[in-house]
Design a protein around this ligand. Structure first.
Ligand code: NDP
Ligand code: MG
Length: 402
């Protein structure tokens, strides 16, 4: 029997789309790390049982306390039947953050929670010294300055296909040699439509993404292009560039995952068939390469890759995020929090599709929006978030009463 690797891994959001694919990568490449802990919301107890039996974590955290008992009962019964010790189980958001910060240098934490609730865990990982493989882009977008200040050089490895692409394109390139970054976008399911044609979009249509299978929030964000907006800001923080040097281009095939244009006029692209295991494996194994991680492109058959500009009139989410990012003072935290509320309302039928980005715009324009100074730190960010969620909910109630 090969000995378990010394490097430990904590996976936050294990039962989600990225979480499950991460465990798939680990099952195929067990030398990367051994699973020390998993954190989940708690809505999929049977999947948690399967993951515990397959990966034998020492610790398990269920973020939603009211779901902990159900998960605990299922785990205890399954572990007893399998004759293995059950993991130590804790519950609540504070326990997720504690688990996130429980490893150290040489270990890795993959944050695949959805939403800005991932911010405190992200900060906890960074202060622990462990590598942060970051799928939870929201934490970087809402807490950009805090997160980048807390990170040691190279400590954050993005698990977002665009940003792993840029990181690969920039390998061996010095910062002053970069002219601009070009983030590619599939364009989502409604590419080519006018604003009027989006009025009656329902959740089922928005959740049918043409090239990627992902969780419901990011899939909805891909349909509004809010996901691309978050990714532009994510790129600004990860690669230390102003937003006007991060372009977006629509590339419906999702094969070129992003590009960097250098000062000598050369553009370097990373290309592979769309498969998030590529980004996950890259971030976990870097600087090593995992042989056979994902299928490579096959050039024996004809293919064409196309690029077109974004229709910013139909999809104003990106320009809205650019101005929020330029403004600073928590504006991106307000943008993201309002979006999280708007997406939940859209998915439950309480807000029309076009109402999502209209709501972001209205919340950002509200003169009552708090504008904390950078010195307010994480408390300032959380205060803006609370205010923006409440403001968004009030507007959603008003909208559905009309
Ligand atoms: P999912 O909705 O599929 O998964 C979210 C996971 O987080 C689930 O395991 C969920 O548990 C868990 N969870 C929910 N709340 C908490 C909490 N408070 N604490 C700990 N865990 C929690 O999302 P995705 O996997 O699609 O996305 C995750 C993140 O990765 C997002 O930030 C997304 O933007 C980013 N990302 C995703 C990509 C993709 O292809 N899916 C691509 C690039 C980035 P439960 O199952 O119990 O609800
Ligand atoms: Mg992406």
């Amino acid at each position: 029997m090969t000995p378990a690797p010394a490097r430990r891994l904590v996976l936050l959001g294990a039962t989600g789309s990225i979480g499950a694919q991460t465990l798939d990568v680990l099952a195929r490449y067990p030398d990367i790390a051994r699973v020390h802990g998993l954190a989940v919301g708690g809505s999929r107890p049977q999947l948690v049982v399967e993951q515990v039996l397959a990966h034998r974590p020492e610790q398990l955290v269920v973020a939603e306390p009211e779901r902990a008992e159900g998960v605990s009962d299922a785990i205890d019964a399954a572990c007893r039947a399998a004759g293995i010790p059950a993991p130590r189980l804790e519950s609540g958001q504070a326990a997720v953050t504690e688990l996130a910060g429980s490893l150290g240098p040489g270990d890795v934490v993959l944050n695949a929670i959805t939403g800005s609730v991932g911010l405190l865990p992200t900060l906890a990982v960074l202060s622990s010294g462990a590598r942060l493989a970051l799928a939870n882009k929201e934490s970087l977008v809402v807490g950009g300055d805090l997160v980048t200040r807390a990170a040691a050089p190279g400590q954050i490895l993005p698990v977002d296909s665009e940003h792993t692409a840029i990181a690969q394109a920039l390998a061996g390139v010095r910062p002053e040699q970069v002219d601009r970054l070009v983030v590619t976008a599939s364009g989502g399911p409604f590419r080519g439509r006018t604003r009027d044609q989006l009025a009656d979009i329902d959740p089922e249509q928005a959740l049918a993404h043409p090239t990627w299978a992902m969780g419901p929030v990011i899939t909805t964000n891909s349909a509004t292009l809010v996901n691309k907006a978050l990714e532009v800001i994510e790129a600004c923080f990860l690669f230390d560039l102003p937003e006007h040097r991060v372009d977006v281009v629509v590339h419906p095939q999702s094969i070129v995952h992003s590009m960097a244009t250098l000062i000598d006029g050369s553009t370097i692209a990373q290309a592979s068939p769309p498969d998030m295991r590529h980004a996950i494996g890259w971030a976990l194994a870097h600087p090593e390469k995992l042989p056979g991680l994902a299928a490579a492109l096959d050039f024996s058959t004809a293919q064409s890759w196309t690029f077109e500009p974004v229709d910013e009139t139909t999809f104003p989410a990106i320009s809205l995020a650019r101005s929020a990012h330029r403004e600073g003072h928590g504006a991106m935290a307000a943008y993201n929090a309002a979006n999280e509320e708007a997406v939940a309302a859209f998915l439950s039928g309480a807000l029309p599709f076009l109402g999502i980005v209209d709501l972001l715009s209205a919340v950002l324009e509200d003169p009552a929006r708090p504008r904390p100074a950078a010195s307010a730190g994480v408390d300032g960010v959380l205060a803006v978030e609370d205010w923006a969620r409440a403001a968004a909910r009030t507007r959603i109630v008003q909208e559905s009463a009309r």
